[in-house]
Design a protein around this ligand. Structure first.
Ligand SMILES: [Cu+2]
Length: 495
């Protein structure tokens, strides 16, 4: 419908133009060709001057009216350190090109008025003017040099990589159709190695699980960063070209398959600080359509977008970005789980299935030490009983499995630290088999444990071993899970 109306309008305008042409032609025949042409020229040149004024006023008015929609103006201030430099160079460029734009428009229309065709006017001839040529070469050259040098200077600051002695953190963003896969290094601060050939449904980034640096890496659903900390983002893509774009931080970098890029920036305003700035603008003081109980400034979030038209789902490549205090960041990162340990570990996809990793030995030691310390401080007898979760025996025998020694060594360390504590080591079984045999087996297993401790230098007088057989089940013996829980080794702390 709209298209039809537009076509009809254009046809009508064309018809009118043709008719005006015919009228002019007829008038010329009546009054004499030359006179008419002169009047025509004058009229056109005056109307061009009018057009110039309207056009320039409209340009300036719209620039001022829409100012707050542009990056660097109004609510769109930058939230990163280098962002202010970028905004500044854009403003300087706009200032000079704005002057040139207005001056050339005025010259264009004024000349068409002043030098319009007139009877008896003769063009002046001069071969050249050195002075004029110096002016129109030198002035643009100086301005261009200033803009280029200023721009290069900002470009070099913005694109600089981190130097090795600098404090910074590194994260990674991989674009794919259609989302971003984010990766943080775990406590080791290092991202593990990747190999695209390892990419699978459970390994979206092709991480090499035999590389210890990968074990603690995190795959968060949003970007959370501490304010004031320098961040280096490794940027790459899995399928087609994407573009890592953080508009509020003036960060924009292509994500190219097979060619890693990066961007370094330092966020300098927390999400909350940015919201407080937005509060000053009336357009942010209206209820949020998605949550009418809150104002637009209250629900504002920074975002990561894809700035490359990468396919039909391009629009959905959005992730939240939160800038928080260092303290809030520490709490957040502590709550994040390692992707490998939580999702891959000991599954079919784990090349290290069944092996104990250094990181697990460390984690278990920490867990054991914490539990032991709080059991020592506890008052109730039940709180002083701890299970040796990773101490296991060969089926139907009292021989320890190879991996049991790590937890037993943790116990040795704890008993060495608390040199006056005594413990009772208790063996328990499920209810399968003969009760007397169960008591005897659990007794032997408890003794194996105390023997291990004595061999490691713990005084035998501090240790008792006791087999309870199936007399003290923790869970029901009716299910396999329950029976597995009941087959256990515990120790009770006696002061
Ligand atoms: Cu994309």
């Amino acid at each position: 419908m709209t298209a039809l109306l537009a076509i009809i309008s254009i046809l009508l305008i064309a018809v009118i133009a043709v008719q005006i042409g015919k009228v002019t032609e007829l008038a010329a025949k009546i009054r004499g060709e030359e006179e008419v042409q002169e009047m025509d020229n004058k009229r056109t040149s005056v109307w061009l001057l009018v057009f110039m004024v309207v056009f320039l006023v409209a340009c300036v008015w719209s620039a001022v009216y829409y100012k707050n929609y542009m990056l660097g103006y109004g609510p769109h201030t930058s939230a990163s350190e280098h962002g202010a430099d970028l905004d500044w160079i854009f403003k300087v460029t706009l200032f000079f090109t704005g002057i040139v734009f207005i001056a050339t428009q005025i010259a264009l229309f004024y000349f068409s008025y002043k030098y319009r065709a007139e009877r008896g006017r003769k063009a002046t001839f001069f071969s050249h003017s050195t002075k004029l040529e110096i002016y129109w070469t030198a002035i643009p050259a100086v301005v261009m040099t200033l803009l280029v040098i200023g721009g290069l200077d900002v470009w070099n600051t913005v694109m600089a990589d981190v130097s090795p002695d600098e404090e910074y953190m590194e994260i990674e963003a991989t674009g794919y159709q259609f989302a971003w896969q984010l990766r943080y290094p775990g406590p080791d601060g290092q991202l593990g190695t990747r190999d695209y050939k390892l990419t699978s449904g459970t390994n979206p980034l092709g991480q090499d699980w035999t590389d210890a640096k990968n074990w603690d890496d995190i795959h968060p659903g949003e970007i959370v960063l501490p304010v004031g900390k320098k961040v280096r983002v490794r940027i790459t893509a899995r399928d087609v070209l994407h573009d890592f774009y953080l508009p509020h931080f003036r960060v924009k970098m292509d994500a190219v398959p097979g060619m890693p890029t990066y961007f370094v920036f330092t966020p300098n305003k927390t999400t909350e600080e940015y919201r407080q700035e937005l509060k000053k603008y009336p357009e942010y003081n209206v209820p949020d359509p998605n949550d009418p109980t809150k104002m637009m400034w209250e629900t504002f979030e920074y975002e990561l977008a894809c700035a490359e038209l990468c396919g039909s789902g391009h629009w959905s490549m959005k992730r939240l970005v939160k800038i928080v205090s260092q303290q809030e960041y520490d709490t957040w990162i502590k709550g994040q789980q390692s992707y490998y340990l939580s999702t891959i570990r000991n599954t079919e996809d784990d090349p290290l299935k069944g092996k104990l990793l250094d990181i697990e030995i460390k984690q278990r030691k920490q867990e054991f030490t914490d539990a032991f310390e709080s059991a020592v401080k506890a008052d109730s007898a039940s709180a002083k009983v701890l299970q040796l979760k990773y101490v296991e025996f060969q089926t139907g025998s009292a021989a320890l499995t190879d991996l049991s020694r790590y937890e037993l060594d943790n116990l040795v360390a704890a008993l060495t630290k608390y040199a006056t504590l005594k413990i009772e080591v208790a063996g328990h079984t499920d209810n399968v088999g003969d009760p007397a045999a169960n008591v005897s087996l659990s007794q032997q297993r408890a003794e194996t444990v105390t023997r291990y401790l004595i061999n490691k230098g713990i005084d035998a007088g501090r240790l008792t071993a006791r087999g309870y057989g199936d007399t003290r089940p923790k869970e029901s013996n009716d299910t396999e899970e329950g029976r597995a829980q009941n087959r256990r080794t515990e120790f009770a702390i006696r002061s």
